[in-house]
Design a protein around this ligand. Structure first.
Ligand code: 5GP
Ligand code: ZN
Length: 113
């Protein structure tokens, strides 16, 4: 499959991993937009939350558990952080493999104007 994040899961494209288990991977965003910018993905290819079904929703729960752990490890759990997931054209989604952005380490701008 021609999916950059599946290639990161396979290891054919390198990444700086910060978390890995049998279902979920966390790695640094290549173009960070905050001092802490981690991407958290399921190893299973799901294009976005729009296509999620059945057991995928427990995987999405796992991704949030991993996000909580990474936020603690990166030292932003207390200062605060943002989790966001783009879905589809209007969101600006660039990589069509479900991912959570974990952003923190500075005062973040508003997402609602
Ligand atoms: P989206 O706009 O789809 O929500 O976000 C995709 C994110 O993936 C972007 O923040 C972008 O910097 C990141 N990204 C794209 N290609 C790569 C890559 O090859 N490696 C890593 N680590 N991040 C990537
Ligand atoms: Zn994929």
């Amino acid at each position: 499959m021609d999916c950059i994040f599946c290639k990161i899961v396979e290891g054919t494209i390198p990444s700086t991993k910060v978390y890995e288990d049998d279902r979920v991977l966390g790695f640094l965003d290549i173009r960070p937009s905050a001092p802490v910018h981690v991407l958290i993905i399921p190893k299973k290819h799901i294009p976005s939350v729009t296509e999620a079904e059945g057991e995928d929703f427990s995987l999405i729960g796992d991704m949030h558990r991993v996000a909580q752990q990474i936020a603690k490890e990166k030292g932003v759990a207390e200062s605060g952080y943002r989790l966001l997931s783009n879905s589809g054209p209007d969101s600006g989604q660039e990589v069509f493999h479900l991912h959570l952005h974990l952003l923190g380490g500075e005062k973040l701008g508003s997402v609602n104007g």
